[in-house]
Each structure stands twice: as structure tokens, then as C-alpha cells.
Design a protein around this ligand. Structure first.
Ligand SMILES: *[C@@H]1O[C@H](CO)[C@@H](O)[C@H](O)[C@H]1NC(C)=O
Ligand SMILES: *[C@@H]1O[C@H](CO)[C@@H](O)[C@H](O)[C@H]1NC(C)=O
Ligand SMILES: *[C@@H]1O[C@H](CO)[C@@H](O)[C@H](O)[C@H]1NC(C)=O
Ligand SMILES: *[C@@H]1O[C@H](CO)[C@@H](O)[C@H](O)[C@H]1NC(C)=O
Ligand SMILES: *[C@@H]1O[C@H](CO)[C@@H](O)[C@H](O)[C@H]1NC(C)=O
Length: 387
């Protein structure tokens, strides 16, 4: 007994010493350790051990007059009465670029068809596209043929046909995505504040509208507040590689990890959260161009944190399978296949095949096989198979 105890103490001592040595090594080499894997270790430790995101709030807060320049752009196209007098369950902003008219048309005739949603699902969903002003890019033949003025006229024509473009006069570019984020929250505040939920999505995201609507109806009946759902990034490190488009300088963001946020590909917030984010944008320095990270910073300042939903995808693409269609909310990178996917995913046979004891058992096995592969496939997480 005595010997055993001593051995245990010895073990503990060795463990303690190794930990100390490891930690001091980490301390000494902290600045030099910079490979991507270690970057994640550092950011995770920061997220879970230090976690002083309060400093971020302070650093990003600027006087209102200065914050105004991120939101006082003119509307080139606008529909302030879009939601008036309607009981809107969901206001859905699709972040689109002027040139992506085909993607917009595909969305209008599939998951974003408001008439279909009203008729088949019995709820009002408003789908609008958030755009900046067109840019003529050099070196691209299609673009160089059109002037910016001509391009704007084409957009105005498209808007006369469908009445769903919301456009401000900042240049539509990757580095202006945060301005587009602010546009969405400000537009909702001004013109659609009574919508129960706000969603923002990329224009190459597939949204399983029937699944999403029934989920949001359930949440709405429960009267959820502080609701922010999507694919959550926890402890993501800022990218310090200057050739990456996600590069953020240490001056702009000095900490080791971002506050939790949801992938910009598609997420949903309840109207109270939308209002809080709107309030936050009034006093925030929106120079950080990564829109979903900026959303995380605003939410952090307002004390809101995101929740994970396993069937929201970030970069990932859903496997084509009946059992997945039964549960999926969003899936990324769908352009050519959007019509086929819409047909397949909303076909009545999906519910027939996946219901009942046999159907559910079959689906658990099928989803385990699809999602729990031993090698990494970017899709829904393995645990989605069991839910
Ligand atoms: C939208 O759905 C309605 C009703 O299902 C249909 O009549 C209409 O053609 C659809 N619109 C588009 C653009 O596909
Ligand atoms: C963002 O939009 C503003 C206003 O149009 C423009 O001055 C600026 O150059 C744009 N920024 C980028 C990085 O495109
Ligand atoms: C930096 O990013 C570029 C472009 O994304 C990539 O080719 C390069 O390998 C990256 N460098 C490092 C050190 O990660
Ligand atoms: C906002 O942040 C940028 C980048 O860090 C900085 O250059 C700028 O001075 C800040 N603006 C204000 C008003 O503090
Ligand atoms: C963030 O800063 C604002 C203004 O300084 C303050 O009102 C708010 O309470 C802060 N939020 C948190 C979570 O510290």
C-alpha cells in the first residue's frame, strides 16, 4: 500500500515536471511556432483557457459618427415595402454578386420561390438578394465588353422582372463583404423588423426550404430568443498568410483566435438577435473584411453566442441520398445541380422511404456509412448520423 502510494506520487511528479517543461518550451518558442496545426493548438488554448474576448469589444468600438461610414451608402435598388403588412416567418438574404444572374434565377425557380413556399408550406418567406455596385474587372473578356452603366441597367431590368434586388452603392467585392452584412441587418431593421427570423446565405448554397420552414415554425412556437444557428467555428485562428484572401493583419486583429461564429455560407438568427447585431454595427469598426467573423465580433459584444446545427453545412457538401434529404438544412457549392437536387430532395418519396421503424433504422445505417468515413470528407459531422 505504502509503496503503491509512493509510486503514484512519483508518477505525478514526473507528469508535473514534463508538463512544466512542455509549457516552458511552448512559452519560449511561442512566437516561432507558426505552422498551421500549432496555430490551431494556440487558438484553441486561447479560446478555452484565456478566452478574454471582452478586450475585442473595447478595441472594435468606435464613435457612432465614425461607424456611420460603414452603413450610409445609397440604395441603388430597394424594396422598402417588401414585408409591409405580412406575417413574415423568415427574411432570407442571399449574398449575390451583380454578375451571378444565373445563380439568382436558379434560386428563384427552386428553393427561393416565394409563391411555392406560400402555397406548399403555408408561410411567408421573403427572399431578397443583397448586392453591391458592379465592378468592371480587368482582363476578363465578358466583363470588359460591358460598361458599369450598362451593367447597372441590366440589373435594373432584372429587378423590374422579379422585384427582389437590394443594392447599395459600395463596390461589390470580396473585401467589401462586411458592408454587405451591415446592409442586411440595417435593411431588416428599417423594412422588415417584424420578420421572426433572418437568414443570410451564399448564392451557391442549397437551402432545403421545407425542412428549414418546419424547423423554424417549431422554434417560433416555442418562442425562442437569443437564437443563432449554423455551422459553428470555435477557436478559429486569424490567417496571417499574406497571400490568403482571408489574411488579417495583427494590427487589425491582434488576438490568437476569433470569437465563436457561424460559417457565412448560411445561418439563421431570431429577430431579437438581428436587432442586437444591428445595434452593435452602429458602434463597431467594420474594417475587418471577413463578414462572418465580424458577425461573431458583434454578437460577442452583445453577449450572444451561436449554436451548432449538424445539418447546416459550412464549406461542406451534402451526400446525395434520400436519408440526407430527409434532414438537411443547407449544403454548399451547388450551382449546376441545383434543379435536380431540389426535385430529388423535396420529392414525396423522401418522407415515405425514411419514415416508420424500418425507414429510420435503414437511414441510421445509411447515414453512418455516408458521414462517418475513416478519412476526412467535408460534409455533415458523423454525429449527425445518430440524431
Ligand atoms: C414558383 O412556383 C409557382 C407555384 O408552384 C410556379 O407556378 C412558378 O412557375 C414558380 N416560379 C418559378 C420562377 O419557377
Ligand atoms: C468597397 O466599397 C467602397 C465604396 O464603393 C470602395 O471605395 C472600396 O474601394 C471598396 N473596397 C474594396 C476592397 O473593394
Ligand atoms: C499562403 O497562402 C497561399 C495561397 O493561399 C498558399 O499557396 C501558401 O502555401 C500559403 N503559405 C503558407 C506558409 O501557408
Ligand atoms: C478601424 O480599424 C482599422 C484597421 O485596424 C484602423 O486602421 C482604423 O483606424 C480603425 N478606425 C477607427 C475609427 O478607429
Ligand atoms: C461592449 O462595449 C459596449 C460599448 O463600450 C458596451 O455597451 C457593451 O456592454 C460591451 N459588451 C460586453 C459584452 O462587454
Amino acid at each position: 500500500m505504502f509503496v503503491n502510494l509512493r509510486r503514484i506520487r512519483k508518477c505525478k511528479c514526473v507528469l508535473l515536471m514534463t508538463t512544466c517543461m512542455f509549457l516552458s518550451m511552448v512559452m519560449v518558442c511561442w512566437e516561432q511556432l507558426d505552422s498551421s496545426a500549432l496555430g490551431h493548438v494556440k487558438s484553441y488554448s486561447y479560446r478555452y483557457l484565456v478566452n478574454r474576448f471582452t478586450a475585442i469589444n473595447k478595441t472594435f468600438t468606435i464613435p457612432r459618427e465614425q461607424a456611420r461610414r460603414f452603413s450610409n451608402f445609397h440604395y441603388l435598388l430597394d424594396h422598402p415595402d417588401k414585408c409591409t403588412g405580412k406575417d413574415v416567418l423568415l427574411l432570407l438574404f442571399v449574398k449575390s454578386s451583380p454578375e451571378n444572374i444565373e445563380r439568382r434565377n436558379a434560386i428563384r425557380s427552386t428553393w427561393g420561390n416565394e409563391t411555392f413556399i406560400q402555397k406548399a408550406l403555408g408561410v411567408t418567406v421573403k427572399v431578397v438578394f443583397a448586392l453591391g455596385a458592379p465592378v468592371t474587372k480587368k482582363g476578363e473578356p465578358v466583363w470588359s465588353k460591358r460598361s458599369e452603366v450598362g451593367f447597372q441597367q441590366e440589373l435594373a431590368h432584372e429587378d423590374r422582372l422579379y422585384g427582389d434586388l437590394i443594392q447599395q452603392d459600395f463596390l461589390d467585392s470580396f473585401h467589401n463583404l462586411t458592408l454587405k452584412l451591415i446592409l442586411q441587418f440595417h435593411w431588416m431593421h428599417r423594412s422588415c423588423a417584424h420578420a421572426r427570423f433572418l437568414m443570410t446565405a451564399d448564392d451557391d448554397v442549397f437551402v432545403h426550404m421545407p425542412n428549414l420552414v418546419s424547423y423554424l415554425q417549431r422554434m417560433s412556437r416555442r418562442g425562442v430568443t437569443d437564437f443563432w444557428i449554423g455551422r459553428v467555428h470555435k477557436g478559429s485562428p486569424p490567417i496571417r498568410n499574406k497571400s490568403s484572401k482571408y489574411y488579417v493583419s495583427p494590427e487589425m486583429y491582434p488576438w490568437l483566435s476569433y470569437p465563436d461564429y457561424t460559417a457565412g455560407a448560411g445561418y439563421v438568427v431570431s429577430s431579437d438577435v438581428a436587432d442586437k447585431i444591428y445595434q452593435a454595427t452602429l458602434t463597431m469598426n467594420a474594417s475587418l473584411h471577413i463578414d462572418d467573423v465580424f458577425m461573431g465580433i458583434c454578437a460577442n459584444a452583445m453577449g450572444v453566442s451561436p449554436q451548432e446545427h449538424v445539418y447546416f453545412s459550412g464549406e461542406g457538401k451534402a451526400p446525395y441520398h434520400t436519408c440526407i434529404y430527409d434532414r438537411m438544412m443547407t449544403s454548399h457549392s451547388h450551382v449546376e445541380d441545383i434543379h435536380d437536387l431540389w426535385k430529388a430532395a423535396t420529392h414525396p418519396r423522401v418522407k415515405q422511404r425514411t419514415s416508420g421503424l424500418i425507414g429510420r433504422l435503414y437511414c441510421t445505417v445509411a447515414k453512418l456509412a455516408l458521414l462517418c468515413k475513416p478519412y476526412y470528407v467535408d460534409t455533415y459531422p458523423c454525429k449527425a448520423a445518430l440524431l
